[in-house]
Design a protein around this ligand. Structure first.
Ligand SMILES: Nc1ncnc2c1ncn2[C@@H]1O[C@H](COP(=O)(O)OP(=O)(O)OP(=O)(O)O)[C@@H](O)[C@H]1O
Ligand SMILES: [Mg+2]
Length: 186
């Protein structure tokens, strides 16, 4: 079983990649005054039919042929609900999918957030043809990482997985996270 929310996010974002998304937006929002940790993963991939959508929260539904049981979405939902939070999945065929999970921040059953920066770094460097918009928000402070902006600056000759760029992305995430949450442990 997964023990960190960041690993769940990696799994959910991999669904978006499999769905052919060109842009994946990931938002992590911590609001201590609302005792809430909110995760939003949104993509412009294939989307799902209403029938698929109804079944996707059911562990016995999956369109994969290699394995019968899909667990990514049901596990993420269970993880959120077991902290007194909420879970929502909205999808439109040909348009995309948005998953919103709210966790009770101080709930004893909440998994640690884990290393979100590694999740984002991994997603970007292993999927250089996909754009990512990452937003990290802590008590109203926020920063974003937009690969479309990086591409504009770098030009077409420097891929997002070139050594200099991957090091830069890692530093960018670490520095901005620290400035946003001042090292608060989530
Ligand atoms: N973002 C998405 N866009 C389109 N379809 C999706 C998306 N997310 C999930 N699905 C559909 O829902 C199914 C269930 O997803 P889920 O993550 O629960 O299981 P899985 O990906 O099939 O297997 P696992 O995550 O356990 O490896 C997927 O197989 C896919 O058909
Ligand atoms: Mg999955």
């Amino acid at each position: 079983m997964m023990t960190e929310i960041s690993l769940n996010v990696l799994d959910i974002a991999n669904n978006s990649i499999r769905a052919g998304a060109a842009l994946i937006e990931i938002t992590v929002q911590i609001r201590r005054d609302q005792d809430a940790l909110t995760i939003i993963i949104s993509d412009n991939g294939s989307g799902m039919t209403q029938e698929q959508l109804k079944q996707v929260e059911d562990p016995f539904f999956t369109t994969r042929t290699t394995r019968r049981i899909g667990l990514g979405v049901p596990f993420f939902k269970l993880a959120a609900l077991s902290t007194g939070g909420s879970f929502q999945i909205a999808s439109t065929l040909g348009v995309g999918t948005t998953i919103t999970a709210v966790f009770g921040l101080s709930h004893i059953d909440r998994m640690p957030l884990g290393d979100m920066n590694s999740t984002i770094h991994t997603l970007i460097t292993l999927n250089t043809h996909i754009d990512f918009l990452y937003t990290y928000e802590f008590d109203g402070n926020q920063f974003t990482l937009d690969t479309r902006e990086f591409r504009q600056i770098l030009g077409d000759d420097v891929p997002l997985n070139s050594p200099e760029v991957t090091v830069f992305i890692k530093k960018y995430l670490t520095k901005n996270q620290n400035e946003t949450d001042e090292g608060y442990h989530i």
